[in-house]
Design a protein around this ligand. Structure first.
Ligand code: AMP
Ligand code: ZN
Length: 482
Protein backbone atom coordinates (compact mmCIF):
# COMPACT_ATOMS: atom_id res chain seq x y z
CA UNK A 1 0.00 0.00 0.00
CA UNK A 2 1.31 3.47 -0.91
CA UNK A 3 2.53 5.55 2.01
CA UNK A 4 0.34 8.55 2.71
CA UNK A 5 1.25 11.30 5.15
CA UNK A 6 -0.34 14.60 6.11
CA UNK A 7 1.58 17.57 4.73
CA UNK A 8 1.13 20.83 6.67
CA UNK A 9 2.07 22.70 3.49
CA UNK A 10 -0.93 21.44 1.50
CA UNK A 11 -3.07 20.78 4.59
CA UNK A 12 -3.91 17.39 3.19
CA UNK A 13 -2.87 13.76 3.28
CA UNK A 14 -0.54 13.15 0.32
CA UNK A 15 1.32 10.20 -1.06
CA UNK A 16 4.90 10.36 0.18
CA UNK A 17 7.30 10.20 -2.77
CA UNK A 18 10.93 11.01 -1.98
CA UNK A 19 12.94 13.44 -4.09
CA UNK A 20 15.51 10.73 -4.87
CA UNK A 21 14.75 9.58 -8.44
CA UNK A 22 15.52 6.02 -7.32
CA UNK A 23 12.86 6.44 -4.61
CA UNK A 24 15.18 5.12 -1.90
CA UNK A 25 16.99 7.88 -0.03
CA UNK A 26 15.02 10.13 2.31
CA UNK A 27 16.39 13.27 3.97
CA UNK A 28 14.62 14.01 7.24
CA UNK A 29 15.23 16.97 9.55
CA UNK A 30 13.66 17.33 12.95
CA UNK A 31 14.03 20.45 15.05
CA UNK A 32 15.84 19.27 18.14
CA UNK A 33 15.81 20.40 21.75
CA UNK A 34 16.75 23.80 23.05
CA UNK A 35 19.19 22.74 25.72
CA UNK A 36 18.33 25.34 28.33
CA UNK A 37 16.71 22.85 30.74
CA UNK A 38 15.73 19.17 31.01
CA UNK A 39 13.44 18.11 28.19
CA UNK A 40 9.88 17.30 29.32
CA UNK A 41 7.61 14.47 28.22
CA UNK A 42 5.84 16.82 25.79
CA UNK A 43 9.12 17.32 23.96
CA UNK A 44 9.63 13.56 23.99
CA UNK A 45 6.23 12.96 22.46
CA UNK A 46 7.51 14.84 19.41
CA UNK A 47 10.83 12.98 19.37
CA UNK A 48 9.21 9.55 19.79
CA UNK A 49 6.84 10.38 16.91
CA UNK A 50 9.75 11.34 14.64
CA UNK A 51 11.67 8.22 15.67
CA UNK A 52 8.67 6.03 14.86
CA UNK A 53 8.29 7.68 11.45
CA UNK A 54 11.98 7.13 10.71
CA UNK A 55 11.73 3.48 11.78
CA UNK A 56 8.64 2.96 9.65
CA UNK A 57 10.33 4.49 6.61
CA UNK A 58 13.23 2.10 7.18
CA UNK A 59 10.79 -0.79 7.61
CA UNK A 60 9.47 0.09 4.14
CA UNK A 61 13.00 -0.06 2.74
CA UNK A 62 13.87 3.64 2.57
CA UNK A 63 17.42 4.67 3.43
CA UNK A 64 16.78 7.54 5.84
CA UNK A 65 19.28 10.25 6.73
CA UNK A 66 17.93 11.60 10.01
CA UNK A 67 19.27 14.96 11.19
CA UNK A 68 18.26 16.52 14.49
CA UNK A 69 19.86 19.77 15.56
CA UNK A 70 20.75 20.89 19.04
CA UNK A 71 19.77 24.50 19.67
CA UNK A 72 22.62 25.51 21.95
CA UNK A 73 22.40 29.27 21.56
CA UNK A 74 19.24 31.39 21.82
CA UNK A 75 17.65 33.94 24.13
CA UNK A 76 16.60 31.61 26.97
CA UNK A 77 19.95 29.83 27.07
CA UNK A 78 21.87 33.09 27.26
CA UNK A 79 19.70 34.30 30.13
CA UNK A 80 20.36 31.02 32.02
CA UNK A 81 24.11 31.14 31.32
CA UNK A 82 24.18 34.64 32.74
CA UNK A 83 22.16 33.65 35.81
CA UNK A 84 24.36 30.60 36.45
CA UNK A 85 27.53 32.62 35.84
CA UNK A 86 29.00 29.89 33.68
CA UNK A 87 30.07 29.35 30.08
CA UNK A 88 27.69 28.49 27.25
CA UNK A 89 29.28 25.10 26.59
CA UNK A 90 29.43 24.13 30.24
CA UNK A 91 25.81 25.07 30.73
CA UNK A 92 24.39 23.36 27.64
CA UNK A 93 26.52 20.20 27.74
CA UNK A 94 24.87 18.75 30.85
CA UNK A 95 21.38 19.14 29.35
CA UNK A 96 22.56 17.82 26.02
CA UNK A 97 24.06 14.69 27.63
CA UNK A 98 20.90 14.10 29.68
CA UNK A 99 18.77 14.55 26.56
CA UNK A 100 20.63 11.83 24.65
CA UNK A 101 20.41 9.49 27.65
CA UNK A 102 16.66 10.09 27.78
CA UNK A 103 16.29 9.45 24.04
CA UNK A 104 18.08 6.14 24.54
CA UNK A 105 15.90 5.05 27.44
CA UNK A 106 12.86 5.84 25.27
CA UNK A 107 14.19 3.49 22.61
CA UNK A 108 14.80 6.26 20.06
CA UNK A 109 17.46 5.50 17.48
CA UNK A 110 20.22 8.09 17.58
CA UNK A 111 19.80 10.46 14.61
CA UNK A 112 22.58 10.10 12.05
CA UNK A 113 23.69 13.67 12.62
CA UNK A 114 23.08 15.97 15.58
CA UNK A 115 24.60 19.34 14.65
CA UNK A 116 24.99 22.05 17.26
CA UNK A 117 24.05 25.55 16.12
CA UNK A 118 27.27 26.98 17.59
CA UNK A 119 29.30 24.79 15.24
CA UNK A 120 27.59 26.18 12.13
CA UNK A 121 28.25 29.90 12.58
CA UNK A 122 30.19 30.14 9.28
CA UNK A 123 27.28 28.54 7.35
CA UNK A 124 24.80 30.82 9.11
CA UNK A 125 26.83 33.91 8.22
CA UNK A 126 27.12 32.93 4.57
CA UNK A 127 23.36 32.30 4.36
CA UNK A 128 22.67 35.75 5.81
CA UNK A 129 25.14 37.26 3.31
CA UNK A 130 23.22 35.60 0.50
CA UNK A 131 19.95 37.10 1.77
CA UNK A 132 21.50 40.58 1.99
CA UNK A 133 22.92 40.15 -1.53
CA UNK A 134 19.43 39.33 -2.81
CA UNK A 135 17.94 42.38 -1.10
CA UNK A 136 15.87 40.35 1.38
CA UNK A 137 17.78 41.25 4.54
CA UNK A 138 19.13 44.50 5.92
CA UNK A 139 21.30 45.76 8.74
CA UNK A 140 19.34 47.99 11.11
CA UNK A 141 20.67 50.86 13.18
CA UNK A 142 20.93 48.60 16.25
CA UNK A 143 23.59 46.59 14.35
CA UNK A 144 21.35 43.53 13.97
CA UNK A 145 20.39 42.03 10.62
CA UNK A 146 16.69 41.45 9.87
CA UNK A 147 14.76 39.54 7.27
CA UNK A 148 12.40 41.82 5.34
CA UNK A 149 8.93 40.30 5.01
CA UNK A 150 7.91 43.15 2.65
CA UNK A 151 10.78 42.55 0.24
CA UNK A 152 10.15 38.81 0.33
CA UNK A 153 6.49 39.25 -0.51
CA UNK A 154 7.47 41.86 -3.12
CA UNK A 155 9.34 39.13 -5.02
CA UNK A 156 6.10 37.21 -5.43
CA UNK A 157 6.76 34.88 -2.51
CA UNK A 158 4.12 34.03 0.07
CA UNK A 159 4.79 34.52 3.75
CA UNK A 160 2.24 32.35 5.52
CA UNK A 161 2.41 29.07 3.62
CA UNK A 162 2.15 26.69 6.56
CA UNK A 163 -0.35 28.77 8.45
CA UNK A 164 -2.80 30.99 6.66
CA UNK A 165 -2.03 34.46 7.98
CA UNK A 166 -4.53 37.28 7.95
CA UNK A 167 -2.28 40.23 7.16
CA UNK A 168 -5.10 42.73 7.62
CA UNK A 169 -5.61 41.74 11.20
CA UNK A 170 -1.95 41.36 12.02
CA UNK A 171 0.40 44.19 12.77
CA UNK A 172 2.81 44.17 9.86
CA UNK A 173 6.25 45.67 9.57
CA UNK A 174 7.50 45.84 13.12
CA UNK A 175 10.79 44.29 13.95
CA UNK A 176 11.49 41.57 16.47
CA UNK A 177 14.81 40.70 17.94
CA UNK A 178 13.36 38.08 20.24
CA UNK A 179 13.44 34.46 19.09
CA UNK A 180 9.87 33.97 20.18
CA UNK A 181 7.22 36.52 19.42
CA UNK A 182 3.53 36.88 19.61
CA UNK A 183 1.55 35.31 16.80
CA UNK A 184 -0.39 38.55 16.40
CA UNK A 185 2.48 40.21 14.60
CA UNK A 186 4.02 39.51 11.23
CA UNK A 187 7.32 41.11 11.87
CA UNK A 188 10.74 41.33 10.32
CA UNK A 189 12.71 38.82 12.32
CA UNK A 190 16.33 38.86 13.39
CA UNK A 191 18.84 36.80 11.44
CA UNK A 192 21.84 38.17 13.30
CA UNK A 193 21.58 39.84 16.70
CA UNK A 194 24.12 42.52 17.55
CA UNK A 195 26.05 41.90 20.75
CA UNK A 196 24.62 43.50 23.88
CA UNK A 197 26.22 43.57 27.37
CA UNK A 198 23.82 40.89 28.66
CA UNK A 199 25.22 38.40 26.13
CA UNK A 200 28.44 38.20 28.19
CA UNK A 201 30.96 36.04 26.35
CA UNK A 202 28.38 34.61 23.95
CA UNK A 203 29.21 36.29 20.63
CA UNK A 204 30.99 35.67 17.33
CA UNK A 205 32.58 38.05 14.83
CA UNK A 206 30.64 38.68 11.61
CA UNK A 207 30.66 41.10 8.67
CA UNK A 208 28.05 43.12 10.64
CA UNK A 209 29.98 43.22 13.88
CA UNK A 210 30.00 40.95 16.93
CA UNK A 211 26.81 39.14 17.72
CA UNK A 212 25.00 35.83 17.47
CA UNK A 213 22.54 34.13 15.16
CA UNK A 214 18.76 34.21 15.48
CA UNK A 215 17.07 30.88 16.18
CA UNK A 216 15.26 30.48 12.84
CA UNK A 217 18.32 30.90 10.62
CA UNK A 218 20.18 28.22 12.60
CA UNK A 219 17.84 25.48 11.37
CA UNK A 220 17.87 26.72 7.75
CA UNK A 221 21.68 26.73 7.69
CA UNK A 222 22.13 23.34 9.36
CA UNK A 223 19.44 21.49 7.45
CA UNK A 224 20.53 22.75 4.02
CA UNK A 225 24.21 22.12 4.78
CA UNK A 226 23.60 18.52 5.85
CA UNK A 227 20.69 17.47 3.64
CA UNK A 228 21.05 19.80 0.67
CA UNK A 229 18.96 22.89 -0.23
CA UNK A 230 15.93 20.75 -1.03
CA UNK A 231 15.02 17.73 1.07
CA UNK A 232 12.09 15.45 1.83
CA UNK A 233 10.83 15.79 5.36
CA UNK A 234 10.89 18.46 8.05
CA UNK A 235 9.33 17.72 11.41
CA UNK A 236 8.62 19.30 14.75
CA UNK A 237 5.91 20.00 17.27
CA UNK A 238 2.88 22.05 16.17
CA UNK A 239 4.09 25.13 18.07
CA UNK A 240 6.93 25.41 15.56
CA UNK A 241 4.65 25.91 12.54
CA UNK A 242 4.63 29.65 13.12
CA UNK A 243 6.87 31.56 13.22
CA UNK A 244 9.81 29.12 13.29
CA UNK A 245 9.05 26.97 10.26
CA UNK A 246 7.44 29.77 8.28
CA UNK A 247 10.64 31.76 8.79
CA UNK A 248 12.75 28.77 7.79
CA UNK A 249 10.88 28.59 4.47
CA UNK A 250 11.24 32.34 3.89
CA UNK A 251 14.99 32.33 4.58
CA UNK A 252 15.83 29.10 2.80
CA UNK A 253 13.81 29.74 -0.34
CA UNK A 254 14.64 33.46 -0.21
CA UNK A 255 18.31 32.54 -0.59
CA UNK A 256 17.36 30.82 -3.84
CA UNK A 257 19.58 27.78 -3.43
CA UNK A 258 17.03 25.21 -4.59
CA UNK A 259 17.13 23.72 -8.09
CA UNK A 260 14.42 25.17 -10.36
CA UNK A 261 10.95 24.02 -9.40
CA UNK A 262 12.08 22.49 -6.09
CA UNK A 263 10.96 23.56 -2.65
CA UNK A 264 13.15 23.85 0.45
CA UNK A 265 11.13 21.03 2.00
CA UNK A 266 8.73 18.77 0.17
CA UNK A 267 6.80 17.45 3.13
CA UNK A 268 6.21 19.24 6.48
CA UNK A 269 4.88 17.23 9.41
CA UNK A 270 3.91 18.46 12.85
CA UNK A 271 3.07 16.53 15.99
CA UNK A 272 0.24 17.76 18.20
CA UNK A 273 1.02 18.69 21.76
CA UNK A 274 0.88 16.67 24.92
CA UNK A 275 -1.20 17.93 27.82
CA UNK A 276 -1.04 16.65 31.38
CA UNK A 277 -4.41 15.88 32.96
CA UNK A 278 -5.98 18.12 30.31
CA UNK A 279 -3.77 21.12 31.01
CA UNK A 280 -0.75 22.68 29.39
CA UNK A 281 2.34 21.57 31.27
CA UNK A 282 3.82 24.21 33.50
CA UNK A 283 6.07 24.24 36.51
CA UNK A 284 3.69 26.52 38.41
CA UNK A 285 0.78 24.07 37.95
CA UNK A 286 2.95 21.24 39.30
CA UNK A 287 2.14 19.11 36.24
CA UNK A 288 5.52 19.39 34.55
CA UNK A 289 7.21 16.03 34.05
CA UNK A 290 10.66 15.21 32.81
CA UNK A 291 11.35 11.63 31.79
CA UNK A 292 13.35 11.15 34.97
CA UNK A 293 10.39 12.23 37.12
CA UNK A 294 8.48 9.26 35.68
CA UNK A 295 11.29 6.71 35.81
CA UNK A 296 11.81 7.71 39.45
CA UNK A 297 8.18 6.63 40.02
CA UNK A 298 9.14 3.17 38.76
CA UNK A 299 7.97 3.36 35.14
CA UNK A 300 10.32 2.07 32.47
CA UNK A 301 11.34 4.14 29.45
CA UNK A 302 9.71 1.57 27.15
CA UNK A 303 6.39 1.89 29.01
CA UNK A 304 6.47 5.65 28.56
CA UNK A 305 7.33 5.14 24.88
CA UNK A 306 4.45 2.73 24.53
CA UNK A 307 2.07 5.26 26.06
CA UNK A 308 3.30 8.04 23.77
CA UNK A 309 2.73 5.72 20.83
CA UNK A 310 -0.88 4.93 21.65
CA UNK A 311 -2.39 8.03 20.05
CA UNK A 312 -2.28 9.50 16.57
CA UNK A 313 0.47 12.08 16.16
CA UNK A 314 -1.96 14.75 14.96
CA UNK A 315 -4.23 14.43 17.99
CA UNK A 316 -3.57 16.23 21.22
CA UNK A 317 -2.51 13.65 23.76
CA UNK A 318 -3.72 13.76 27.32
CA UNK A 319 -1.11 12.29 29.61
CA UNK A 320 -2.40 10.81 32.88
CA UNK A 321 -0.94 8.53 35.56
CA UNK A 322 -3.76 6.04 34.88
CA UNK A 323 -2.73 6.03 31.23
CA UNK A 324 0.81 5.15 32.24
CA UNK A 325 -0.50 2.38 34.47
CA UNK A 326 -2.52 1.10 31.49
CA UNK A 327 0.62 1.19 29.33
CA UNK A 328 2.40 -0.94 31.90
CA UNK A 329 -0.39 -3.55 31.75
CA UNK A 330 -0.69 -3.56 27.95
CA UNK A 331 3.04 -3.95 27.41
CA UNK A 332 3.15 -6.73 30.02
CA UNK A 333 0.53 -8.59 27.95
CA UNK A 334 2.77 -8.47 24.90
CA UNK A 335 5.85 -9.44 26.95
CA UNK A 336 4.00 -12.38 28.46
CA UNK A 337 2.87 -13.61 25.06
CA UNK A 338 6.49 -13.47 23.87
CA UNK A 339 7.76 -15.42 26.87
CA UNK A 340 5.20 -18.13 26.17
CA UNK A 341 6.12 -18.15 22.47
CA UNK A 342 9.75 -18.71 23.36
CA UNK A 343 8.72 -21.75 25.37
CA UNK A 344 6.52 -23.04 22.53
CA UNK A 345 9.32 -22.51 20.03
CA UNK A 346 11.53 -25.02 21.84
CA UNK A 347 9.62 -28.04 20.46
CA UNK A 348 10.61 -29.97 17.32
CA UNK A 349 10.52 -27.87 14.17
CA UNK A 350 10.06 -28.77 10.53
CA UNK A 351 11.65 -25.60 9.15
CA UNK A 352 15.10 -24.44 10.11
CA UNK A 353 14.30 -20.77 9.57
CA UNK A 354 11.19 -18.66 9.76
CA UNK A 355 10.32 -15.45 8.02
CA UNK A 356 7.74 -13.05 9.44
CA UNK A 357 4.01 -13.74 9.14
CA UNK A 358 3.20 -11.78 5.98
CA UNK A 359 -0.45 -11.36 6.85
CA UNK A 360 0.26 -9.70 10.19
CA UNK A 361 3.19 -7.73 8.79
CA UNK A 362 1.08 -6.53 5.85
CA UNK A 363 -1.90 -5.48 7.99
CA UNK A 364 0.38 -3.64 10.44
CA UNK A 365 2.18 -1.87 7.61
CA UNK A 366 -1.06 -0.94 5.80
CA UNK A 367 -2.39 0.66 8.98
CA UNK A 368 0.71 2.84 9.33
CA UNK A 369 0.73 3.67 5.61
CA UNK A 370 -2.51 5.56 6.28
CA UNK A 371 -0.89 8.66 7.79
CA UNK A 372 0.61 6.58 10.63
CA UNK A 373 -2.71 5.25 11.89
CA UNK A 374 -1.23 3.83 15.07
CA UNK A 375 -4.56 2.82 16.63
CA UNK A 376 -5.27 0.55 13.66
CA UNK A 377 -1.73 -0.84 13.91
CA UNK A 378 -2.22 -1.63 17.62
CA UNK A 379 -5.55 -3.30 16.80
CA UNK A 380 -3.66 -5.63 14.43
CA UNK A 381 -1.08 -6.41 17.12
CA UNK A 382 -3.56 -7.09 19.91
CA UNK A 383 -5.91 -9.13 17.78
CA UNK A 384 -2.95 -11.27 16.81
CA UNK A 385 -1.77 -11.55 20.45
CA UNK A 386 -5.26 -12.76 21.40
CA UNK A 387 -5.15 -15.36 18.63
CA UNK A 388 -1.68 -16.56 19.65
CA UNK A 389 -2.69 -16.78 23.31
CA UNK A 390 -5.77 -18.77 22.37
CA UNK A 391 -3.76 -21.26 20.32
CA UNK A 392 -1.12 -21.57 23.03
CA UNK A 393 -3.68 -22.23 25.73
CA UNK A 394 -5.27 -24.88 23.47
CA UNK A 395 -1.78 -26.21 22.77
CA UNK A 396 -2.37 -26.05 19.04
CA UNK A 397 0.45 -23.66 18.20
CA UNK A 398 3.32 -25.55 16.61
CA UNK A 399 6.98 -24.77 17.30
CA UNK A 400 7.27 -23.52 13.72
CA UNK A 401 4.34 -21.16 14.19
CA UNK A 402 5.86 -19.93 17.46
CA UNK A 403 9.17 -19.27 15.69
CA UNK A 404 7.35 -17.36 12.94
CA UNK A 405 5.48 -15.32 15.54
CA UNK A 406 8.73 -14.38 17.29
CA UNK A 407 10.36 -13.26 14.06
CA UNK A 408 7.20 -11.26 13.30
CA UNK A 409 7.29 -9.56 16.70
CA UNK A 410 10.89 -8.66 16.12
CA UNK A 411 10.01 -7.28 12.70
CA UNK A 412 7.15 -5.13 14.07
CA UNK A 413 9.39 -4.02 16.91
CA UNK A 414 11.81 -2.52 14.42
CA UNK A 415 9.05 0.12 14.04
CA UNK A 416 7.67 0.17 17.58
CA UNK A 417 11.08 0.27 19.27
CA UNK A 418 9.83 -1.39 22.47
CA UNK A 419 12.81 -3.71 22.84
CA UNK A 420 10.65 -6.84 22.86
CA UNK A 421 12.68 -9.80 24.10
CA UNK A 422 12.01 -12.14 21.23
CA UNK A 423 15.29 -13.94 21.82
CA UNK A 424 17.99 -14.16 24.49
CA UNK A 425 21.02 -14.15 22.36
CA UNK A 426 20.03 -11.92 19.46
CA UNK A 427 19.39 -8.23 19.55
CA UNK A 428 16.36 -6.84 17.69
CA UNK A 429 18.77 -5.49 15.07
CA UNK A 430 20.27 -8.93 14.53
CA UNK A 431 16.89 -10.55 14.17
CA UNK A 432 15.72 -7.95 11.66
CA UNK A 433 18.97 -8.48 9.76
CA UNK A 434 18.25 -12.19 9.77
CA UNK A 435 14.96 -11.53 8.00
CA UNK A 436 16.79 -9.71 5.21
CA UNK A 437 19.44 -12.41 5.06
CA UNK A 438 16.85 -15.11 4.90
CA UNK A 439 15.58 -13.56 1.68
CA UNK A 440 19.14 -13.72 0.37
CA UNK A 441 19.32 -17.36 1.39
CA UNK A 442 16.19 -18.10 -0.60
CA UNK A 443 17.61 -16.23 -3.57
CA UNK A 444 20.76 -18.36 -3.32
CA UNK A 445 18.74 -21.55 -3.33
CA UNK A 446 16.88 -20.38 -6.43
CA UNK A 447 20.20 -19.50 -8.09
CA UNK A 448 21.59 -22.96 -7.31
CA UNK A 449 18.51 -24.61 -8.69
CA UNK A 450 18.93 -22.58 -11.88
CA UNK A 451 22.61 -23.63 -11.89
CA UNK A 452 23.65 -19.97 -11.60
CA UNK A 453 26.64 -20.78 -9.40
CA UNK A 454 28.26 -17.41 -9.90
CA UNK A 455 25.26 -15.72 -8.27
CA UNK A 456 24.90 -18.32 -5.54
CA UNK A 457 28.60 -17.93 -4.62
CA UNK A 458 28.25 -14.14 -4.62
CA UNK A 459 25.34 -14.41 -2.17
CA UNK A 460 27.32 -16.76 0.06
CA UNK A 461 30.18 -14.20 0.12
CA UNK A 462 27.78 -11.34 0.83
CA UNK A 463 26.29 -13.19 3.80
CA UNK A 464 29.73 -14.09 5.08
CA UNK A 465 30.83 -10.46 4.96
CA UNK A 466 27.81 -9.68 7.17
CA UNK A 467 28.70 -12.35 9.72
CA UNK A 468 26.53 -15.29 8.60
CA UNK A 469 27.53 -18.68 7.18
CA UNK A 470 25.34 -20.98 5.18
CA UNK A 471 25.13 -24.53 6.45
CA UNK A 472 23.85 -27.02 3.91
CA UNK A 473 21.98 -29.68 5.90
CA UNK A 474 19.88 -32.65 4.71
CA UNK A 475 16.83 -30.54 5.59
CA UNK A 476 18.04 -27.68 3.40
CA UNK A 477 20.24 -24.63 3.84
CA UNK A 478 20.28 -22.70 7.11
CA UNK A 479 22.02 -19.64 8.43
CA UNK A 480 24.46 -19.70 11.32
CA UNK A 481 26.23 -16.82 13.07
CA UNK A 482 29.95 -16.85 12.17
P1 AMP B 1 12.13 22.97 22.45
O1 AMP B 1 13.20 22.26 23.25
O2 AMP B 1 11.27 23.86 23.26
O3 AMP B 1 12.74 23.69 21.26
O4 AMP B 1 11.16 21.84 21.88
C1 AMP B 1 11.60 20.66 21.30
C2 AMP B 1 10.46 20.01 20.54
O5 AMP B 1 9.39 19.66 21.42
C3 AMP B 1 9.84 20.90 19.47
O6 AMP B 1 9.60 20.13 18.30
C4 AMP B 1 8.54 21.36 20.11
O7 AMP B 1 7.57 21.65 19.12
C5 AMP B 1 8.15 20.13 20.91
N1 AMP B 1 7.24 20.40 22.03
C6 AMP B 1 7.30 21.40 22.94
N2 AMP B 1 6.29 21.29 23.84
C7 AMP B 1 5.57 20.19 23.49
C8 AMP B 1 4.40 19.53 24.02
N3 AMP B 1 3.77 19.96 25.11
N4 AMP B 1 3.96 18.41 23.38
C9 AMP B 1 4.59 17.94 22.27
N5 AMP B 1 5.68 18.51 21.75
C10 AMP B 1 6.18 19.62 22.33
ZN1 ZN C 1 14.19 24.34 13.91
Amino acid sequence: MALKLFNTLSRSVEEFVPLDPAGRRVGMYCCGPTVHDSAHIGNFRTFVFTDMLRRYLEFRGFAVEHVMNITDVEDKIIARVRAANTTLREYTSKYETAFFEDLKSLGCKPPHQTPRATEFIAEIISLIEKLIERGLAYKATDGSVYFSIDKYCGCGCTYGQLLKLNFDEMRVGERVKSDEYAKESVADFALWKARVPDDGAVFWPSPWGEGRPGWHIECSAMSMKLLGPSFDLHLGGEDLIFPHHEDEIAQSEGAGLQPPGKRFVKHWMHGAHLLVEGKKMSKSLGNFYTLRDLTAKGFAGREIRYLLLTSHYRETFNFTTEGLQGAHTALARIDECIIKLRESEKGPKKNAQSGPDQKVRGAFSDALADDLNISAAWAVVFEWVRELNRKMSEQTLTADEAATALVTFSDLDSVLGLNLRTSDNMSTEELSALITFKELLEERQAARKAKDFKRSDAIRDELKAKGWVIEDTPKGARLKRL
